[in-house]
Design a binder for this molecule. Structure first.
Ligand SMILES: [Ca+2]
Length: 395
C-alpha cells in the first residue's frame, strides 16, 4: 500500500495483502449499507472518522468521502488502535485473578496428542476455553469427536466450530466415536469455524490466545476475513522444527502441521501479531513414562478415562509398528506444550527466531523473515511432566 504517502509496511498497522490486491479505492457498497438507519454521514467528528477508517481497513466496504485520503485513514487507525497483545499482556490477566480466554484450534482425531492437549486445556485453571474449532481433513468427524469428548467430560458449555474440510484425512478414533453425531451435542455447534473464531476474538473484553495444534487454515482464513483480530489475540502453536527434528534428531525436517499448510502458516507468521510456537526442538521429546505415566493410566477421573479409552483405540492397530504400548507410556505429547505456553513460559528457554516457511514444510531461520517466539529448549522438562500429570489427574 503506497498510495498518498501511506507506508508500504508498518509493524503496527499493516494492511493485508488481500486488500492491497483488491486495489484502492474499491467502492463496492455505499456507506449507507453500513447501518440501516444512516443514509449519509459526515466525517466531521473524530470518532466517526475512526469508525469509518477501521471499517474500510478491515472490511473494505465503505465509500470513503472525497475529502479524506487513505493515508489519513491509516494514520487515524494507527493512533486509535492498540498494539497486538503480548504474552506478558495475557499472563497479566492471571495476576488479576482472571483466566486467559482461549480458542483451541485442532485437527483432533489424527495423532492422539490433540486429545491429551484438549483435556489438559480444559483442566488448567489458568485457561478459559471459549471455543474448540476443528480443521483439516474430515472436519465433521473431528467436530463430532471434539463434541463427544466435551460431552463426556461435562464441558458442553464449550462451543464446537467446524472448519472447512480438506484432503488430509485420518480417522484414528472412529472406534471410540461410534455413531455420536453433532446434533446430539447439548452445547453450541457452529458450522463456520472462521466466523466463530472472529466473533469470539472481537467479543472478548480480554485478549484471546489462540492455541493452534494442527495446520492453520481456520486461522489464516480468519485473518483474511477480519485482519483486525490481530489487535485482540495472539497465536500460540505447535509448529515447525528449527534446530531439531522428531525424537531429538539433530537434523530439522518438515513438521507435519507445517507440511499440510505451509502457505497458511506463513500468512499467520506475517500477520503482525505476536506468534509463539513450540517446535519439535521442545515438544518433540515429551513423553510420560514410569510412575508419571502410571498416575494417569490408573486415574479414575472421568475425563482421564475418556483420554485413556481414546489412547487405547488409537494405539491398538499400531502396536505391531512400534507405536507406544498404552499400558506403559504415552505417545509423544507435542500439543500439550502449546497448551502450556498459553499461560506460562517459565520451564522453557524462549528465543525470537526469524522463520521462513518453505513449501515442503520446513521452518528455516532466515534474517528478515517474520520473528517468531520459539520455545527452543527445556529449562526443566521434568517439572513440565509433573505439571501435565497434575493437571490431568488432580481434582
Ligand atoms: Ca494436532
Amino acid at each position: 500500500m503506497t498510495e498518498e504517502g501511506a507506508p508500504a509496511t508498518d509493524a503496527k498497522w499493516d494492511l493485508p495483502e488481500a486488500n492491497q490486491r483488491a486495489g484502492h479505492p474499491v467502492l463496492r457498497k455505499r456507506h449507507s449499507a453500513m447501518t440501516s438507519s444512516r443514509t449519509s454521514y459526515s466525517c466531521s467528528t473524530t470518532a466517526m472518522r475512526v469508525w469509518c477508517a477501521k471499517w474500510y481497513c478491515t472490511n473494505h466496504r465503505y465509500e470513503r468521502p472525497a475529502h479524506t485520503t487513505l493515508a489519513e485513514d491509516v494514520a487515524i487507525v494507527k493512533s486509535d488502535t492498540p498494539a497486538p497483545p503480548t504474552a506478558a499482556d495475557t499472563f497479566a490477566l492471571l495476576a488479576e485473578g482472571k483466566p486467559i480466554p482461549v480458542i483451541f484450534d485442532t485437527d483432533i482425531g489424527g495423532d492422539i496428542d490433540d486429545t491429551w492437549a484438549l483435556i489438559m486445556a480444559l483442566q488448567c485453571p489458568e485457561l478459559d476455553v471459549r471455543l474448540v474449532a476443528v480443521d483439516s481433513g474430515d472436519t465433521t468427524y473431528r467436530g463430532r469427536l471434539a463434541a463427544k469428548i466435551l460431552d463426556r467430560c461435562g464441558r458442553t458449555d464449550v462451543p464446537v466450530a467446524i472448519g472447512a474440510p480438506t484432503s488430509k484425512n485420518t480417522r484414528n478414533q472412529d472406534a471410540w466415536l461410534g455413531d455420536y453425531e453433532l446434533d446430539q451435542y447439548p452445547g453450541t455447534v457452529h458450522d463456520d469455524a472462521v466466523d466463530a473464531i472472529v466473533r469470539t476474538i472481537r467479543e472478548s473484553a480480554d485478549p484471546v490466545t489462540i492455541v493452534a495444534i494442527g495446520p492453520v487454515p481456520n486461522i489464516a482464513a480468519a485473518l483474511e476475513r477480519a485482519p483486525d483480530i490481530v489487535h485482540n489475540a495472539r497465536f500460540v502453536g505447535m509448529h515447525g522444527a528449527v534446530r531439531m527434528g522428531y525424537n531429538g534428531n539433530p537434523d530439522p525436517c518438515p513438521e507435519s502441521n507445517v507440511r499440510w499448510g505451509p502457505d497458511e502458516l506463513a500468512a499467520v507468521f506475517a500477520a503482525g501479531w505476536e506468534c509463539t510456537v513450540t517446535p519439535l526442538d521442545t515438544c518433540g521429546i515429551v513423553r510420560l513414562t514410569g510412575d508419571k505415566y502410571r498416575r494417569v493410566y490408573t486415574c479414575d477421573r472421568p475425563s482421564v478415562r475418556v483420554l485413556m479409552e481414546n489412547y487405547r483405540v488409537w494405539s491398538a492397530p499400531w502396536l505391531q509398528n512400534n507405536r507406544p504400548d498404552c499400558t506403559l507410556l504415552s505417545s509423544t505429547l507435542f500439543d500439550c506444550v502449546a497448551v502450556y505456553l498459553a499461560f506460562s513460559e517459565d520451564l522453557v528457554a524462549m528465543e525470537d527466531v526469524p522463520l521462513r516457511v518453505t513449501p515442503d514444510g520446513m521452518t528455516v531461520e532466515e534474517p528478515g523473515a517474520p520473528l517468531v517466539r520459539c520455545a527452543m529448549a527445556w529449562r526443566d522438562l521434568g517439572a513440565f511432566e509433573d505439571l501435565l500429570v497434575d493437571r490431568l489427574v488432580s481434582h
